[in-house]
Design a protein around this ligand. Structure first.
Ligand code: UD1
Ligand code: CA
Length: 492
């Protein structure tokens, strides 16, 4: 039974090409923009029109590509192309695989794995036009200033599409045509099957051209038409890293613009990078040079940036995150992070909590209202509520072999430079003195001191460093203080 909102019978994504111009050990279609591989974008657009079947044709680096595709879209049918080259052969292979069992009927859409900005909306328009007009083939085209390399759209006197001529097979007159084939089409399955049976490799490249199907469909009496898009980015492929960066920048421009229209303030769109997978609430403010990646979400009224990179971070309502590098963390509502803070995976900062300047955190839960304001490291720890961790505190969580946990209660006040030698537990309301090295558990309400009493060896500097500037100044100060005792520290 066909579901009510059923899309086309199938989408076939072509992805067998080698992509040599990338000059990369990574297959071309696995290169990313906006936090997702190009083939990931292609699969997402394909899925969004709700096809009954989805096939992807692979060949180059097929194992790597297969693993990647299977992880992104487990339902996609992976089809291998054989030694016969060309887009026609690729579609033929997919059609054979899809026909196994029961021959496809209805609309078959073809897209490319390396055209990442193609949207579901444009594909929907292509399919709707194709089906409404009852076409045999509908090709998506664009008019370019420089059509070099593309297949040219041939039209008759009456403007109807008569065929496609590949650049390498075209005459001088045909080379002047600026309307190009995007390589994205809607076909009637039966027409496609019949025509592919007749396509030969008799052309400049010795390939089976999918483009030959248009002429053959027309000869067989079918209607061939085009949907012309004014948005060239949606049909642009990335063949090298220059095009990849241009597409990445355009995708980002679109993503940032969409968020601004949805109520997010972006102070500097050009230096703000947002993955397609990120979600933002209304009245979020993004300051310059901010990158938001992966499953990052930012709640209402939060301010992120400047100079902040967050990957898979949840930012709570009204939180501020400045000059921070964070991943796999949760920042609670109205909490404050930064500047110059490094949040590593497993950091959970409670409501109104703070992790301040030059702090690194990892695998630590920090309770509501607790503050780690300056200079330190908290790893493998649990900190209660309304605790103040002094400047320069460190959890010594690693004994050289294993990691151990530090548990600190609520309402705790630790002195500057306290070191927690884990495993260790500090009870509620406990204090520690400056420089304490906490090796033993501290009971609730206790003051932990571990530092030896201070001893001053008077006159040590002049005696042991004679002739130095320090000795000179010490001598002068000693003489001064003996004549005017009221000006010494002690006298205040
Ligand atoms: C193709 C079109 C051309 C169009 C252009 C748009 C043909 C004959 N030509 O040209 O009219 O203007 O795309 O970019 O179709 N692929 C396979 N198997 C193959 C060959 C290609 O899967 O044997 C895949 C590639 O991975 C790629 C897509 O098909 O995703 C296009 O291949 P490419 O070689 O770039 O086609 P062009 O020659 O540029
Ligand atoms: Ca191409």
């Amino acid at each position: 039974m066909i579901p009510e909102n059923a899309g086309p019978a199938a989408v076939i994504v072509l992805a067998a090409g080698a992509g040599t111009r990338m000059k990369s050990r990574t297959p071309k279609i696995l290169h990313e923009i906006g936090g997702l591989s190009m083939v990931g974008h292609a699969l997402r657009a394909a899925r969004s029109i709700n096809p009954q079947r989805l096939a992807i044709v692979v060949r180059h680096e097929r194992d790597l590509v297969e693993g990647h595709v299977a992880a992104l879209d487990p339902q996609a049918l992976i089809v291998d192309q054989d030694d016969v080259p060309g887009t026609g052969r690729a579609v033929e292979a997919a059609l054979e695989a899809l026909d196994a069992g029961q021959a496809l009927a209805g609309t078959v859409v073809v897209t490319y794995g390396d055209v990442p900005l193609l949207s579901g909306e444009l594909l929907t328009e292509l399919v709707a036009t194709h089906e409404f007009e009852g076409n045999a083939v509908t090709v998506l085209t664009a008019v370019l200033d420089d059509a070099t390399g593309y297949g040219r759209i041939l039209r008759g006197e009456d403007g109807s599409v008569t065929g496609i001529r590949e650049h390498k097979d075209s005459s001088e007159a045909e080379k002047l045509i600026r309307e190009v084939n995007s390589g994205i089409y809607a076909f009637d399955a039966a027409v496609l099957r019949d025509a592919l049976g007749k396509v030969t490799t008799d052309n400049a490249q010795g390939e089976k051209y999918l483009t030959d199907v248009l002429g053959l469909a027309r000869e067989a009496g079918g209607r061939v038409a085009a949907v012309v898009t004014a948005d060239r980015w949606q049909v642009e492929g990335a063949n090298d890293r220059v095009q990849l960066a241009a597409l990445g920048a355009e995708l980002n421009r679109r993503t940032v613009e969409a968020w601004m229209r949805a109520g997010v303030t972006v102070v500097d769109p050009a230096t703000t990078w947002i993955d397609s997978s990120v979600t933002l609430d209304e009245d979020v403010r993004l300051l310059p040079n901010t990158q938001l990646h992966g499953a990052t979400t930012v709640a209402r009224d939060a301010v992120v940036g400047p100079d902040t990179t967050l990957t898979d971070v949840t930012v709570g309502e009204g939180a501020t995150v400045a000059r921070t590098h964070g991943s796999g963390s949760v920042i609670g509502p109205r909490a404050a992070v930064g500047p110059f803070t490094y949040l590593r995976p497993g950091t959970v900062l409670g409501e109104k909590g703070k992790v301040g300047a030059f702090y690194e955190t990892k695998n630590v839960t920090i309770g509501r209202g607790s503050k780690l304001s300056h200079l330190g490291y908290a790893g493998d720890a649990e900190i209660g509520e309304d605790t103040n961790i002094g400047c320069g505190n460190i959890t010594a969580n690693y004994d050289g072999e294993k990691k151990h946990r530090t548990v600190i209660g609520s309402g705790v006040r630790t002195g500057s430079n306290t070191v927690f030698v884990a495993p260790v537990t500090v009870g509620d309301g406990a204090y520690s003195g400056a420089g304490a090295v906490i090796r033993k558990d501290v009971p609730a309400g206790a003051l932990a001191l571990s530092v030896a009493a201070q001893r001053n060896a008077e006159g040590w500097v002049p005696a042991h460093r004679p002739g130095t500037r320090s000795a000179e100044l010490a001598q002068a100060a000693t003489n001064d203080s003996s004549s005017t005792p009221a000006s010494t520290e002690e006298g205040k």
